[in-house]
Design a protein around this ligand. Sequence first.
Ligand code: ADP
Ligand code: MG
Length: 745
Amino acid sequence: MVTDQTVGLSWDDRFRDFDARDRRKGKKASAGGPGKVEEILGLETVGELLTWYPRRYLDLDAVDSVHELVAGEQASVVVEVVGATVHTYQDKRTGKRRFRTEVETRLAEASLWMTFFDPYESMAKDRVEKLHRGRRVVASGRAEQNRFKKQRWELIQPFIDEAETGFSLLPVYKVGGALTADEVRKVVRPVLDIVTDVPERIPTWLRDEHGLLDAATAIRWIHRPEDRRQVGAATKRLKFDEALVTQVAFALRRREQAEVAAEPRTGRDGGAFDAFDARMPFDLTAGQRAVEEEILADLARPHPMRRLLQGEVGSGKTVVSLRAMLRVVDSGGQAALLAPTEVLAQQHHRSLTRMLGDLAKAGELGADDAATKVALLTGSMPAAARRAVLLEIASGEAGIVIGTHALLEDVVQFADLGLVVVDEQHRFGVEQRAALAAKGAGRTPHELVMTATPIPRTVAMTVFGDLETSSLTELPAGRSPIQTTVVPLADQPAWFDRVWARVREEVAKGHQVYVVCPRISGDDKDDDEVEPPLDEEERKGPPLAAVEEVAPALEEGPLAGLRVGVLHGRMAPEAKDATMQAFAAGDVDVLVSTTVIEVGVDVGNATAMVLLDADRFGISQLHQLRGRVGRGGHPGLCLLVTGARAGSGARTRLDAVASTTDGFRLAELDLELRREGDVLGSRQSGARGGLQLLSVVKDGDVIEAARAAAARLVDEDPVLEGSPALRREVERLLRSDMAEYLDKA
Ligand code: ADP
Ligand code: MG
């Protein structure tokens, strides 16, 4: 019976202050179990505790006799302890004394043994004390047959838990430090029994439409399921919850943005856009035309475009963005192209100027009437040149301005900034893009963000939820296939020589080759723009390849007689530019570099790429890098040289890259191999950030459904008056770290 002292707990109460048992006695809770859960997991309120969902469930019905055990496989059983003994032995490697505890238990009339190994006697003693005769426990671990006594089955170092009757699924919680799943369960259960107000964030009509449980039932079933069906139904409902909150936040953002004013840029007849159209050396692909139409329609609206353009390296994004820039120039505005590196900014400047021809020669003799000026601003420019460029930008003389971070400085003032194009979005932070957008002199410029790292649609919807997305999925005709091969030095050391022989063959055919290393010099602590490795695998073998060591070694050794150039991020900008120009002109046969060549670099005669210590690069990065070869109509070759052993995570990644050139497929694989947290940022995958059950990898359909529902909800009820619980959660999300994450869009 419920008395006034056991009245329920509210969702926002601190569960630590209301330990159910103590409350019945009319006193505040001690720090005990709840305190530990709060400290270790960082959960404070009842709501936070109850949205700390189990990660999995142990199926206690699965094995109910010793005969059902399978050697080498995990098993969970409910057993009764018969007795325990501790044996000492000497660790062969360290010579230290160690402790082995053997526990005999009963499982359906037969004996089942548990074996534990401990470094300290106190730990072993502790076990023996806990596993006293007659205690019923749940044990789960790997089953093995004893090597000497074949009849004897054992669980090796199993996980032990309190056994309870009536429930065949035991929830297992993520724990940390000195906290066990059992302790979490002990705190969750009483709270679950007396919580009174689980907030309902999904309107009834929407629940009905998608066949979703109500919130209170879902919370109860996720923590205390009677069977798998309940787990399934609860999970379905709670995933939708997570997706809906995020998508409503995005829908509100989009609505807000739709109210910001921007200058429509519709171009004009007979302007630079038309003139460029007439002299383009190729036709746009159908995909490019479709994307262009979307962009031009956006530019014509009185609200800022916020569009993400994704497409593989070489899919023709730059051409499309140039045409958008010309449209803005024709409307009397300016366009800025923000590039992540100096090398890339310079290259964009060269190639755009070349593509535009006399359309880029405003003010010069014989220039086209519609011509504009293309300015380049980088950090390393001499003061006088820099002043001149700043003036061209401020006066509006430069219709197209290309630059690096230098464009973001305060001194850079535009006459009328109408469009910001950000190349390779992932290299820029939120503040940086915001700084550039703020240069619109009171008016918000349109924004086009380009990325060559294909993003699966579900991620785009979750991470870039308030950007419209366009994708270029085909490569322009005439692109040659790239053959990618893994060169596993761990298994085939002799292949190393073969790699350099292959490089010589390419050069003998008149082609050029890239050699990419993860480091600049041998004593580098940090790599030059290399993504951190996805997992911390122990790395054996020689130190990582470094540009400054590899280049001379190749010149004196296997590539003697070839012209070898060097490029990395620590070189002076003029030196970098000179090297790139020499490579582009064919004056360098082999370019040894770091990943500075990753983005945008375009040398058609380069046909092969050797990636040293390829396991140090991420999937997307490898895919990007190899996109540098096979661009000029010659088939491309990419050799992924690695010391990683067959079967390792690193090799799996490399094999994946070798197996397909489909960037979208690789982006998905990349996602599958990463933990969810790496995709969304670690905080976002925790209880507080909102995404616990929802997987951006696997729950695309849920995300889509939630996105549609969110749009409808926000359309019909923009301030969410009818869904206060939802509104509260969205507000909490927007206030939290997630706000930053939403802004990354
Ligand atoms: P991205 O920026 O996506 O890497 P680019 O716009 O730089 O791609 O295009 C890569 C190369 O393909 C460039 O040399 C460009 O001139 C060429 N290109 C772009 N679109 C087409 C097309 N429709 N037909 C033929 N070549 C194209
Ligand atoms: Mg590009």
